[in-house]
Design a protein around this ligand. Structure first.
Ligand SMILES: [Zn+2]
Ligand SMILES: [Zn+2]
Ligand SMILES: [Zn+2]
Length: 343
């Protein structure tokens, strides 16, 4: 008898990180008595005089935002990383190991409109955001102290974004952080072993099987990865092999804008809410090396499980042993495909 992935618990390997996820289908049928989250606030105004990102307003630092018309980038007033400071290395018996870390943190306002989201913006407006991301990756990456540029967005109060104004962040620093570093090791090992790219080969399989595909256009595809941890986690990959946003063609700038808009509006339709998520781009470090092993992609990690009010928690077994999911990635992809078809 063939193995039924929809019925029997099993674990799946994430070849990008080497981590395993436990898949336990059917577990969402259990009665829910845990926490529910209040729905996100409706009727957000187009301009909020209290918002530190709206055009013309004053920020906590005392600086004034210009009356910007499209996008606006500023240095984070509460930056987690700064360029100034002394170098320092500590290693006590290989046990108390630390080093000074330098970097730059910026905020990117996607629109002057306080009430918009990526899903509600037009492809042309989103293209302007893509252009800013590319400019920022180039300019930050050209600084010799900056070797990694992480572009990301936390959306929704559930993900810790206290301000609904559409915005993302860029943290650029000297060392490559944990997640992209793990992926880089795997991508490089795969390339050395097989002489090809892990994600190019993986995309061939996803395309053929098509059961985890959510949507695609000429140059990008979005799907629930085989090893997804979060219920409706997705990965967006470029169909062409290249390492970073600064290698985008003119058309890829538009098609990335298109697939991001499609995916985020599908998420909103799934539970008829402003779907919260953390999303970000994984790409080539800016250390001056060619890094041909890197294949540009984006990850979306949304916390919602069954409705706008019920989220997934990473607790218990997940904190102490391994992540676990209840609905299969194939099932999650089918539901996302259904809402995508309605758009
Ligand atoms: Zn605002
Ligand atoms: Zn590739
Ligand atoms: Zn990645």
């Amino acid at each position: 008898m063939s193995f039924d992935f929809e019925k029997q618990s099993h674990r799946r390997l994430n070849p990008l990180t080497g981590d395993w996820v436990l898949v336990s289908p059917g577990r969402t049928k259990r009665p829910w008595k845990g926490q529910t989250e209040p729905p996100s606030p409706e009727n957000v105004p187009a301009y909020d005089p209290q918002c530190h990102m709206c055009p013309g307003n004053t920020r906590a630092s005392g600086e004034h935002n210009p009356p910007y018309a499209r996008t606006f980038v500023f240095e984070n007033d509460y930056a987690a990383l700064r360029l100034a400071g002394q170098p320092h290395e500590q290693n006590l018996s290989g046990l108390l190991v630390a080093s000074a870390e330098r970097g730059i943190c910026r905020v990117v306002c996607f629109s002057p409109r306080h009430d918009l989201t990526l899903a509600k913006m037009s492809v042309a407006e989103l293209r302007a955001v893509v252009d800013v991301w590319i400019e920022q990756y180039r300019s930050l990456g050209s600084d010799p102290t900056i070797n990694s540029v992480l572009i990301f967005e936390n959306r929704g109060a559930m993900m810790g974004a206290s301000n609904p104004h559409p915005h993302g962040q860029i943290w650029a620093n000297t060392t490559v952080p944990n997640e992209p570093a793990k992926e880089q090791t795997s991508l490089l090992a795969y390339q050395r072993r097989h002489g090809s790219c892990l994600l190019c080969e993986y995309w061939k399989i996803e395309k053929k099987q098509s059961q985890r595909l959510v949507c695609e256009n000429e140059e990008f595809a979005a799907f629930v990865p085989f090893w997804a941890v979060w219920p409706f986690e997705t990965i967006v990959i470029s169909k062409r092999h290249f390492g970073s946003v600064d290698e985008f063609s003119d058309s890829e700038r538009d098609t990335l804008a298109d697939i991001l808009r499609r995916l985020t509006s599908g998420y909103d339709k799934l539970f008829e809410t402003f779907f919260p998520y953390s999303m970000g781009f994984h790409q080539r470090p800016t250390d001056g090396q060619p890094h041909l092993e890197w294949h540009f992609h984006a990850h979306f990690y949304p916390p919602l499980l069954r409705s706008a009010a019920v989220r997934k928690f990473m607790v218990g077994y997940e904190l102490l042993a391994s992540p676990q999911r209840d609905i299969t990635p194939e099932d999650a992809a089918a539901r996302l495909r259904e809402v995508d078809a309605k758009s």
